[in-house]
Design a protein around this ligand. Structure first.
Ligand SMILES: Nc1ncnc2c1ncn2[C@@H]1O[C@H](COP(=O)(O)OP(=O)(O)OP(=O)(O)O)[C@@H](O)[C@H]1O
Length: 264
């Protein structure tokens, strides 16, 4: 990981349609180096879609996605980005060992077809130690518990020594003690300049790290500002017509700003 300056994530007017339905509707998101941004919002509000689009895993129908000042399609240094996907989609049925899964996190750092070098092995070992799974390295990942598998995915992302870490509910199913270990680790890494974008329902021990919250609602950014408490289904209902003022007291919305004649 190297110190990075400037804008790390730059999404402009991003729209995504899935299965014929608009899921993101004109999202702007700009993340500066060193920020730790929590993406919050109700189920189905578009959080995972947002981060997957940010990583190029989903194609935007409209708008632009730029990482480290480079349009995503032109980004050569893929190793600068680490991703922890939602566990349910990532490790199911994988017949690999823990060591092999975490080694996959080094792939983008290695030259094509080159064997692992000492530096690669060191990074993998350090990542496994960071999530307290060094003693399970040789075990099949499928033999680990759900929370342990989640920690393997965290280790895989850390092994690449990224500048930007994108996490989709990274501590779901992880016990409190290991959530704290992870929070401590992220604290150290962010102090060294790591930028973090994380989707979460429950922030738990990660809460003190958050420098900014972005709340998604129905595919749009409903709030972008100082950290708010993580919440789950505050807006799991739908307004029959657009409300000019959000009735949830914690949240200031774009509607409110417009009403007050402010610009953001
Ligand atoms: N492949 C797909 N095809 C069609 N619709 C999809 C697809 N993937 C997601 N969606 C829809 O897009 C919407 C947003 O999904 P997304 O996973 O981004 O929500 P989320 O905010 O991350 O939700 P959660 O908190 O439940 O993880 C949902 O209504 C979902 O049904």
């Amino acid at each position: 990981m190297s110190a990075v300056a400037g804008t790390v994530v730059d999404l402009e007017d991003v729209a995504v349609t899935l299965g014929g339905r608009p899921v993101l509707r004109g999202v702007d998101l700009h993340v500066q180096a060193g920020e730790v941004v929590a993406i919050l919002g109700a189920n189905g509000s578009g959080k995972s879609t947002l981060v997957r689009t940010m990583l190029g895993l989903l194609q935007a129908r409209r708008g632009s996605v730029t990482l480290f000042g480079t349009p995503l399609a032109d980004l050569v240094d893929r190793h600068r980005v680490g991703y922890v996907p939602q566990r349910t989609t990532a490790t199911a049925g994988v017949p690999a060992s823990v060591w092999e899964v975490v080694c996959a996190g080094r792939l983008a750092r290695r030259r094509a077809w080159q064997p692992m070098r000492a530096a690669d092995r060191r990074a993998v070992r350090a990542a496994l130690e960071a999530v307290d799974l060094a003693d399970r390295a040789r075990d099949g990942v499928a033999t680990l518990s759900g929370g342990q598998q989640q920690r393997v995915l965290i280790a895989r992302a850390l092994a690449g020594e990224p500048d930007l870490l994108v996490l989709d509910e990274p501590t779901a199913g992880v016990d409190l003690a290991h959530q704290q270990v992870f929070a401590d680790l992220l604290t150290t890494l962010t102090q060294r300049g790591l930028t973090v974008v994380l989707v979460a329902h429950e922030l738990g021990p990660l809460a003190p790290l958050i420098t900014r919250s972005v709340v998604m609602r129905d595919g749009r950014v409903a709030y972008d500002g100082p950290p708010v408490e993580a919440f789950t289904d505050v807006h799991a209902h739908h307004h029959p017509v657009a409300t000019p003022v959000d009735h949830h007291p914690q949240l200031r919305t774009a509607f409110d700003d417009r009403q007050r004649g402010r610009t953001r």
